[in-house]
Ligand binder design. Structure first.
Ligand SMILES: Cc1cc2nc3c(=O)[nH]c(=O)nc-3n(C[C@H](O)[C@H](O)[C@H](O)COP(=O)(O)O)c2cc1C
Length: 197
């Protein structure tokens, strides 16, 4: 099982820790993992130039997202994590999602049936974490992937953390958040195993 984890935070703090915690958990369960953080990366905006639609050769921009394209195509399962900014995912992550139009324009089925889950982190207890998860799930659905949550009684739509604006330390202290993450990861694994049988 090949898993690709993405952190949408411009810092190497809470989300970076949360996504890597998830990847370590999966590595211990027979998964091969790869990781990308938007931190300190060059990620240009989609300009709607339609180069990807006309040429079907990927994106006109040549920047740090090339690595993301390769890894999205490689993976059986994708984990996207983001801090909440103004009640939703970060601008960097949204740009990454927009830019995925390029690979889908080349092959509309390129992400089809890959399994996806989300991890969202807010400084506030109710700072948009569930809305952020829905944004991540929408990205999966639009690209014909299979979005999964963690099930009722603990995880619902996926993994949600309340960092209290304490970065990595805040995530480590949030026991309920870690419980929601593990519950979601178990469901993620279950669906991937079923999917690649
Ligand atoms: C521009 C900006 C907007 C933010 N907006 C929210 C918000 O709407 N809701 C919230 O709970 N936290 C908000 N925060 C706090 C971060 O989501 C929080 O500190 C998070 O844990 C940071 O994750 P990181 O350590 O991975 O960068 C905001 C932070 C910044 C810098």
């Amino acid at each position: 099982m090949k898993i690709f984890g993405i952190s949408g935070s411009p810092r190497l703090q809470g989300t970076h820790y949360g996504v890597n915690y998830a990847l370590e958990y999966l590595k211990e369960r027979d998964c091969e993992v790869r990781y990308f953080s938007v931190a300190r990366k060059e990620i240009k905006f989609c300009m709607h130039c339609d180069y990807c639609i006309r040429k079907k050769e990927g994106c006109i921009h040549k920047d740090d997202l090339n690595e993301v394209y390769d890894n999205l195509i490689w993976a059986d399962g994708i984990i996207i994590g983001s801090p909440m900014y103004q009640g939703n995912i970060t601008g960097q992550l949204k740009t990454l999602m927009d830019r995925c139009r390029a690979i889908v324009a080349k092959d509309p089925k390129i992400l089809k049936n890959k399994v996806g889950m989300g991890i969202t982190i807010g400084g506030d207890r109710n700072g948009g974490q569930e809305i952020g998860l829905r944004t991540i799930h929408d990205f999966y659905m639009i690209n014909e992937m299979i979005p999964i949550g963690g099930g009722s009684f603990g995880a619902n739509l996926g993994a949600t953390f309340w960092s209290k604006d304490k970065g990595k330390e805040g995530i480590m202290e949030d026991k309920e958040g870690l419980r929601s993450l593990k519950k979601t990861l178990n469901r993620f694994l279950e669906v991937i195993k079923n999917n690649i049988k």
